[in-house]
Each structure stands twice: as C-alpha cells, then as structure tokens.
Ligand binder design. Structure first.
Ligand code: BTN
Length: 328
C-alpha cells in the first residue's frame, strides 16, 4: 500500500463518519480521479468502503491487519507505536528493530511483520511465523537504567500483554508463565524475546520482540500439545490491530512507572495473581543444571522465588520452568 493510500485509510479509520471526496482532495492535495484510484486500491485490498453521492466515502469495516492505518487510530500512547514500520515479510522483526536502533530510531518505534521467514524464539529456537494470521512485532526501548535491571522488562511486558488480552477477552483467563510466556489452558499463546545492547552502567537499547498466535486455526503437529491460538481458545477471529494497539496502550504507562521505580515491586501483586507457577512445584532447566522446588512468588528484581527441598529459598534469575507433573 503506498503512503497516500495508507494515509487516506488512516483518515477514514480515524473518523468513521462520511468523508467527502472534496475534503480528501484538499487534505492530500490530489485530484478527484486520484481519490477514486486510492479508494479502488483500498477496496481491492479488502476494505469495504461505501460511496454515497453528496456525502462521500465511509469505511464500513476494518480488516484487523496490524498496519499503521489500522493501529494508530486506536493508540492512546504518546510514544509507543507512533513511529511505525510494517513489512509484509521480513526475516525477523527483532533483527529489523535492532538495525533501526543502530540508525537512531526513537524509543517506542514498532516494527511489525505479517510473516517472518526466520522468526526467532528464546534459546536459539525458531518462532513459526505464517502469514495473515498472527502478530509478530518488536518494540524499541531506550531505558536509561543500568543493564542489570533490563531482564525485568520481560515480566513487565508479560504483564502488559496479559492486561491487554484479559481486557479483549476476559473469558480467555490467560496466565503469565515466568519469565516470558502467556498461556491459556496450559498451552503457549505468546512469547517474548528481549534483546539488548548495553554496557554495565548504561543500556543503549532494548528490543522487545513479541509473538502472539492470534487467528491460527491449527497448530503444526509438533506444537499441537504445547501451543494454542486465540482463535482455537475462543472460536472466533480477533483483530490483530486491536491487540497490538491494546498492548502498546497498556505497556507505555507501566514502562514509564518502571523507569521511575527501582524494580517491579509496584506490579508484583498483579503478576503473582496471574502467575501460572505460583505455589506450584516446578523444575527449572538452566544451561548446565536443573533446579527443583516450590514457587513461593516473584522477587522485586524479577527472579523466581524457589523454595528448595532443604527449605532454603533461592532467587532464580533465568531458565525454562516446567510444572512438576506429579504435583499438578
Ligand atoms: C519465545 O521463545 O517464547 C519468544 C518468541 C518471540 C517471537 C517474536 S515474533 C516477533 C519477534 N521477532 C522474532 O524473530 N522473534 C520475536
């Protein structure tokens, strides 16, 4: 979609009333026939636009695509999502966001892709990213905090995603799985991959990459046991644009508060209330060891509080948590 077509769409999406052809001509400095061409392009792209003589054009329904013209009219944020980069296909939105960060892109810049050819997950895994159904995006942050605090961002963004999904679909009952997943009925719905460039005293930038299975109607056989989508959970289609805008709207105020605070203490009651692992027996797989114990909570620094068999509480800062099946 070219820039003027996208701007006209954004205008129609912002003001859902009729917009006269004359007003569009004046606002965009184009002729009546150019307006007609842009409207035809939008219709060919799937947008239902009514044209009524004497009144003008009216956008009947949005498609829910996570493009700038559909997302920005829904934003309440001041910075997050205001600088918007959409790609039909890219290797990985995290890769692109890191490149933009190096070129000086502002905090809050968002890179979205309809499809990723090399989507990446934690621990070197791939993130399956088919076109037309899910959300894949990365948010650029430039927090002026020591790099030690940055891992807390994963849980903070998980809280924002949880709030957004819970608002859009309360019956989903999503749960936060420390440190970075959102699950529904015990299956993974969403993952977060944070990557940063820093020195000990200074964080240059953080890229927060988020993948959410939205309208995927079936999972590949190897993931069917462990992963799900909003469609599979709720039996209907969701607007990817609404989900993206809602996450940005929820995350910006949480992030601003976190910058002012020393840690996650202000949001811990919310995270613990919706934590899948709270009061459960778990094993934590780390690079060279496996820990086990009962989860008593999350520390203000974002670590998992694990009560081990010897009765001592450990603060675990990283690893992959598994529920201890015998105790479910
Ligand atoms: C995980 O392993 O749970 C994290 C998955 C993160 C996937 C997202 S999709 C958008 C962004 N781009 C990537 O390549 N990965 C993240």
């Amino acid at each position: 979609m070219n820039d003027v077509t996208s701007q006209i769409l954004k205008r129609l999406a912002t003001d859902l009333d009729f917009l006269s052809g004359e007003a569009i001509c004046q606002e965009f400095g184009i002729t009546r026939s150019a307006v007609w061409k842009h409207i035809s392009l939008l219709r060919a792209d799937g947008y239902h636009i009514d044209a009524v003589s004497g009144r003008g054009y009216h956008l009947v329904a949005l498609t829910g695509r996570p493009i700038e013209a559909e997302v920005q009219p829904l934003l309440a944020s001041l910075r997050f999502g205001r600088n918007f980069h959409y790609h039909a296909v890219t290797i990985s939105t995290n890769l692109l966001a890191k490149k933009l960060a190096g070129e000086g892109a502002p905090e809050g810049s968002v890179v979205v892709a309809d499809c990723q050819s090399g989507g990446r997950g934690r621990m070197g895994r791939t993130w399956v990213s088919p076109p037309g159904v899910n959300l894949y995006f990365s948010l650029l942050l430039r927090p002026e905090v020591p790099s030690l605090r940055v891992p807390q961002l994963t849980l903070l963004v998980a809280a924002a995603i949880h709030k957004a999904l819970n608002t859009l679909s309360p019956a989903l009952s999503p749960m936060i799985k420390w440190p970075n997943d959102i699950l529904a009925r015990g299956k993974k719905l969403c993952g977060v991959l944070c990557e940063m460039q820093s020195e000990p005293d200074m964080t240059h930038f953080v890229v927060v990459g988020i993948g959410i299975n939205v309208n995927q109607t079936e999972m590949p056989p190897d993931l069917a046991e462990s992963a799900t989508s909003l469609f599979l959970e709720r039996g209907g289609l969701f607007s990817r644009a609404e989900i993206l805008a809602s996450i940005l709207n929820h995350f910006e105020p949480l992030y601003d508060e976190w910058i002012l605070q020393n840690d996650l203490a202000f949001i811990l009651p919310y995270i613990e209330k919706h934590s899948l692992l709270q009061a459960k027996k778990v094993t934590i797989e780390q690079v060279n060891r496996t820990l086990s114990g009962a989860v008593s909570g999350i520390a203000p620094g974002g670590e998992l509080k694990l009560v081990c068999v010897n009765g001592q509480t450990m603060l675990v800062s990283s690893g992959e948590a598994h529920l201890y099946k015998n105790y479910l």
